[in-house]
Design a protein around this ligand. Structure first.
Ligand code: SF4
Length: 258
């Protein structure tokens, strides 16, 4: 393995950040709902005597569901086990809570990259809790086009087989890894091509390498398919001659392949 092409340094994002913000948002929702209920309660009573009771019941049920979901999410992350409704929890976080958490985090002055790293770590752990075991042939290693050497004459986007494996970039090691493990591999230049590749190849598990922004949108786009996000490294700046920690990919394959 050539260390100049494949990095050994791994980023360790903090999923606790996302959980903390999630908890804050949940508390805010409950407090806002309580205030909204309390302020006009006199007026509601004059409309119908049962209205305050009905609305209080709705707020209490929503609060119990919200706090129960949050507790379940935290327990799933702490124990690393697939407790009840983990798929539903992942759906709620990915589909509905993500935009609110990002907006809230930005309001608090937290960098978007940091928030996205935390979201990716959280997603990975929720997938990990499912303890999936997938045949190699149904596993897709999805790479960003910027992992290819910028000066390479060959365009391997959508056709990794065209790589001549000259060893000047990480695609050499990654195609070797895919061949050795019997997994599918593809390079995509963006979300549209990535979606097309996924529809055509129908993987059961995707191991996606990309930057924070692309991984976040990819994880959300591919749902409900399980995606393990692996952050790339950008020693030359964004979108050019990026790298990936090969050992991290190997460890992920060890964990998920049958
Ligand atoms: S390893 Fe493949 S993609 Fe990378 S520079 Fe060589 S031919 Fe191009």
């Amino acid at each position: 393995m050539n260390d100049s092409k494949v990095s050994r340094v791994t980023i360790r994002p903090r999923k606790r950040l996302f959980i903390g913000l999630l908890s804050l948002v949940a508390v805010l929702i409950v407090v806002t709902a309580g205030l909204a209920l309390w302020v006009p309660s006199g007026g509601l009573l004059s409309l119908h005597p049962l209205l305050p009771i009905i609305l209080t019941s709705v707020v209490v049920i929503l609060t119990v569901l919200l706090m129960g979901g949050l507790l379940l999410l935290i327990l799933t992350l702490l124990t690393g086990r697939d407790l009840f409704f983990s798929q539903t929890l992942r759906q709620i976080v990915i589909r509905y809570l993500f935009p609110a958490i990002i907006a809230f985090g930005r309001l608090l002055g937290i960098r978007r990259d940091t928030l996205q790293q935390s979201f990716i770590a959280l997603n990975n752990q929720l997938v990990q809790a499912k303890k999936l075991r997938v045949p190699a042939s149904r596993t897709l290693l999805l790479l960003p086009h910027c992992i290819q050497l910028f000066d390479c004459d060959i365009r391997i986007t959508g056709e990794v087989d065209k790589c001549r494996r000259c060893g000047r970039c990480a695609v050499n090691e990654l195609t070797g890894l895919a061949a050795a493990r019997g997994i599918d591999i593809a390079v995509a230049s963006g979300g549209t091509l990535a979606r097309k590749i996924i529809v055509e190849r129908r993987p059961q598990l995707i191991i996606a390498v990309a930057c924070e922004r692309d991984l976040t949108s990819g994880i959300r786009d591919a749902y409900p398919l399980p995606v393990i996000g692996v952050l790339n490294q950008r020693p030359h700046g964004p979108c050019i001659n990026t790298r990936v920690v090969l050992a991290e990919l190997e460890a992920t394959l060890d964990e998920y392949l049958l």
